[in-house]
Design a protein around this ligand. Structure first.
Ligand code: PMP
Length: 426
């Protein structure tokens, strides 16, 4: 069988550099929170395919549902003939999502597609074009979602002019000197200097920024945004592509807030490893788009829908929301202990809702500045010790934990031990 380095050499010759790979191994198979490379080495997976595997790799119920669906029907295109799994999934998401009043759901394939379509729906519903997002946000790599993403390198630097009418307010981040008042001050400044409120269709934000570093939008920010939206006929859109499906201890992270979004985008862990995304929103808003304006050949694939229905069942039957809280509390306690030890790389700002846990690598214990190079060293060392780990954050200074919520207790502890070893050698 080919080795990691042989396959990476072939990859280098066949696949462009633009799609970067965090771990220099080549995966052969995976099971729940374990992954094996082509050389047979076993890894504990704390990356979960970037927040896709809250129910683990190949959950038996998800695989069984997909197998059954494979034997019945794999594709019709929903625009040609409808099929029940799509309808049933829409009904379930409508019943569960924290949306005011009646909800409707449309399904797509990727997260970017969901966000892009949420903006299309908001524009159709309001007859306006403007979109306000936040610095540090990640919304995707398509032209519009790239414009909405609040980080230049590597996402936008080389890709020419952005679509117009997309603006960024600073996301509140204490480390970077931005509090909620500053954030709102600049937002109001945008509404005076760049675009009048009556031309803004949507304010879009992640309840907890994912790629931006697992920073939660403070409840007072969310409340203030809701007020601005209500006062000006703007729609509030929560991008829950990374926060969704149990990761934060709730099915939707918006359930942590006392205000509601008009539209919610979902993807990643929705379908346990199969490509599926969607927009869930107020029925009156969702129905503003005329027939044919929304869709996509593969959107809401029967396979993805079957997988997602199984995922919802697994989250409920295995108590994964409570499990997210329990595992997250254990991870935080472990990290807080590591933070006090002087034989560890200095870490700071241990944070997270449920199991959306992260911490920053800093240059000095207690008083340091963000250290992206140290975070990179940590993920590299972790891999050497058999732990797949991802960084994120404004300067790449954050290590995030995205283990499956179905991970076995002993494997979880072993994963934390490997993280400890990586930080000790940091
Ligand atoms: N929104 C958020 C919050 C995300 O985290 C991501 C992916 N990291 C996306 C959108 C884009 O999703 P996709 O890569 O499936 O297009």
């Amino acid at each position: 069988m080919a080795t990691n380095s042989e396959l990476n050499a072939r990859r280098g010759a066949a696949v462009p550099r633009g799609v970067a790979t965090a771990a220099p191994i080549v995966a052969a198979r995976a099971e729940n929170a374990r992954l094996w490379d082509v050389e047979g080495r076993e890894y504990i997976d704390f990356a979960g395919g970037i927040a896709v595997l809250n129910t683990g790799h190949r959950h038996p119920k998800v695989i069984a549902a997909v197998r059954e669906q494979l034997d019945r029907l794999t594709h019709t295109a929903f625009q040609v003939t409808a099929y029940e799994p799509y309808i049933e999934l829409a009904e379930k998401l409508n019943a569960r999502a924290p949306i005011e009043g009646l909800a409707k759901t449309i399904l797509f394939t990727t997260g970017a597609e969901a966000v892009e379509n949420a903006v299309k729906i908001a524009r159709a519903a309001t007859g306006r074009s403007g979109v306000i997002c936040f610095s540090g946000a990640f919304h995707g790599r398509s032209a519009l979602t790239m414009a909405m993403t609040g980080k230049v390198a590597p996402y936008k630097a080389q890709f020419g002019p952005s679509p117009p009418d997309v603006f960024h307010a600073p996301f509140p981040l204490a480390r970077y000197g931005v509090d909620v008042d500053t954030s709102l001050l600049v937002l109001n400044h945008i509404l005076r200097a760049d675009i009048s409120a009556d031309r803004v269709a949507a304010i879009v934000l992640e309840p907890v920024q994912g790629e931006g570093g697992f920073h939660q939008a403070p409840p007072e920010l969310m409340r203030a945004l809701r007020k601005i939206c209500d006062a000006n006929g703007i729609l509030l859109v929560a991008d829950e592509v990374q926060t969704g499906f149990g990761r934060t201890g709730k099915l939707f992270a918006m359930e942590h807030y006392d205000v509601r979004a008009d539209l919610i985008t979902v993807a990643k862990s929705l379908a346990g490893g199969f490509p599926l995304s969607g927009v869930i929103g107020r029925a009156d808003v969702m129905d503003k788009v005329d027939p044919g304006g929304l869709g996509g050949t593969y959107g809401g694939s029967p396979i993805g829908c079957a997988a997602a229905l199984a995922v919802l069942d697994v989250i409920e039957s295995e108590g994964l929301l409570a499990r997210a809280d329990a595992l997250g509390a254990r991870a935080k306690a472990h990290l807080l202990e590591l933070q006090t030890r002087n034989d560890m790389a200095p870490i700071d700002d241990i944070r997270g809702l449920g199991s959306m846990i992260a911490f920053d690598l800093v240059t000095a214990r207690g008083a340091g500045t963000p250290d992206g190079a140290a975070a990179k060293r940590t993920t590299t060392r972790a891999l050497e010790h058999g732990l797949i780990l991802l960084s994120c954050g404004v300067s790449g200074e954050t290590v995030r934990l995205l283990y499956p919520l179905t991970i076995e207790d002993d494997l979880f502890e072993r994963g934390l031990e490997r993280l400890t070893t990586a930080l000790r050698e940091g």
